[in-house]
Design a protein. Sequence first.
Lengths: 338, 543
Amino acid sequence: MERTIALFLVKNYNRGVVVVISYAIRRILVLIPTLFVVTFFVFTGLELTPGDAVSYMVSPDVLANISPESLEQLRESLGLNDPFIVRYFKWMGGVFKGDFGYSLSSGVPISEIVFDRLPATLELSIAALLISTLLGSILGTVSALKKGGMVDNILTFIGMIGVSIPQFFFGLVAILIFSFKLGLFPVGGRILPGHEAFLDRLPYLILPSLVLGLTMSAGVMRYSRSSMLETLNKEYIKTARSKGLPEWRVNFIHGFRASLSPVIVLIGFRLPMLIGGSVVIEYIFQWPGIGKEFVAAVRFQNIPLVMMIALFMVFSVLIASLLIDIFTAMLDPRIRLE
Amino acid sequence: MKKIINLVLMVVLVFSLVVFSSSASTNSNPLSDVRVRQAIAYAIDMKTISATLFDGKVIPANSLTPDGEWKVSRLNNYDYNPEKAKELLKEAGWDPNYVLDVVYYYTDQITVDLMTVIQEYLADVGIKITFRRLEGDLPAQLWVKPSDPVNGPASVKWDLAYAANAALAMHEYYNRFKGGAASNSHTPTDTKLDALIAATNETADVAKQKAAFYELQKYENEQLFAIPLYYQQAFIYESNRVNRKGILYGNEQFFYDWRIIDWDVMPDKNGENVLYSNRGPVEFFDITAVNPALTMPNKFLFDRLIVADENLSPKKGQLASEYMVSKDGLTIEFILRKGVTWHDGKPFTAEDVKFTVEYLSKVPQLNAVAGETFSFLEGYNDYINGKSDGISGIVIDGNKVTFKFVKLAPNALLIFSQWPPLPKHLLEGTDPLKAQQAKYWQAPVGTGPFKIGEVNMNNYATFVRYEKYWDKGTGNIEKIHLYPSGDGEENLVINAEAGKVDYAFGKIVENAKAIEKMEHMKIIPINIRYTRLFYVNKFPKTK
């Protein structure tokens, strides 16, 4: 099958594209057993945590009043009394048929819940990823070019603060200043009734995406700076300079491009966040995303929901890893896809 | 000489009988000795803890029953007295090397602080404790009764369990201490205690019930089969946009005659009379099984057959225009109000009332008091066991519904003031075992003054006036907007500060402390039936 596709592609495209596609296909084929193993571990992990969904359906203060027989009935009706391995394969069987099951707490199809929360998370994560990538790589490059100067020192200091400050603290301070003191942005939420267009939602998006983006920028900036410094010391940069190329061309065409490789790796590994969301930011800004849902599902042992989100996350990590390999090979001619 | 010996024997016998009849017997567990339990109560300075740790927002307890008309006066407060505690421990032969295992399940920091303080207080009188938080299947760790409810051994590992006893009906405080009760993992059968508890359940007459509870409280106060610590208050939060027009405040955790249809609210920035609150749905609307009034939407989506006053005493008909209780208390008749409709326009009928009781009877999460009340209905067992299609003790005659009980259900009226009728036409055919999972609970249809406007799960839920509601209020609220808060009080402080909360309620002391500093917010503390206590495991423990 793979060979047929490769032959077809050879006839139609150049060799570089063929290599990338055949590499991608091989990686995707490896992905299936990986998903199988990882989901089994996640399921086992959940099984090992104390209690089950029924333990969390009713408040602990009230549980003392509910008879053990009633709780047992509830467990039976939700299929929680089946052996662990039976439940895992039931779930896996459902996934192969495209049936991701139902939320144990509400009976709503899991797919409905996930696709309901996913747009919110994607919106926030993409905005934050863009902010952090642009800001981080530009400031990191500037910092490297001004090495040892005041700009570099200030940016290094800001970067260190950015890396050190916990997101929740940064988020709360941002709310205090920009929402409560200055009244520029709402304190949280995402949508108001009758105001669901993107422009209506924008004021709600700005603060959380800035907080998330800025905290992520610090890391990108540090990576970008050290990578740029390393690149600027390479022989080919010196050669470019000796050939009389303008300084901006040396720095940005030859230096910046090559320095992006490690930055791409860092950004690539942040891609899964597009699915997983940023739990802390979602909590602080009351953002109805998938990260918040995931934490609640784990807490309440809503296994079908946890498994579905975990499946998405694992899938996105594996895809991100594939994309990183492809992009780094494209950016750095020394790297070859095998 | 023989006479003297006989006399001495007689005195010993009488003394033993008196002691035996007035207190439960002891066993190898030191906590089975009442003197040890009393020593623990004397050793903890709850007044200071209340004033410092809780900022005066809880009330030290001397009984499971909170202060008020249901509690007998002049109970021993067990005021802080470490010397007395040491004396009692000495009398009881307390082993200072014995370490009590204290458990709790709350996740807040204040619980850890409280446990630490109590550890210090008890150490001062020579009692060592360790404390740990339980996780996972709590009933299996806390409430498994021993196979022998008289002699044990215990089926649980702990010595003291810090927990809450939240009661709708007074009976909920004490019924769980009955010998062999389903969740009684802690108190060996005590015939005197059982008789006192039984007396509270034998009458529906409020005066007689109170008298029975008074006797029970005296015994409880002397025996301390559980050690009450403090009464938690509920806090009602109101913004300066709201005017309740002097309507009395009650226990917001339950339904009472709060008449939201008479409230006024000042227009918001869009010029609309919207009441903003929290506790909006995150993934579903809560089923009306455990405690219907605890979640905000249920408060205005549903009416009940009768309405309770602010003290939760049944007051007057709501969906029932009138109701009659027979002299023996075994029959209750409801005449349903004419012209009442569900929010989808379908008429509300006696069939809905019958269906609701039958449906809820099969819902596993149903509140214990409601479940017990329904279980006293004629034909209940046949229905539950599948021998009949319905409960024969619920008889419909036009718009009249009659409930016939085979045994007195002392809380029947209270239950009908809290558990709202559900629409048969929307729930019939759904599985009561998976009641919460029914699609109905994604957008419930009720009979209350507000109906669902729009639900954007986890973002907001709005409710608008139901134009065909049977009662006409004097208030001006056009819409209610709820923000989602899964745990009830999530984001309450931040939303209140941002002016997004006009009305809310809760029990978290830290939230109350934060909100009371806000100029635009008002806090009304309410005494509620919610007692924090130590359950004391008095069964002998296996090694």
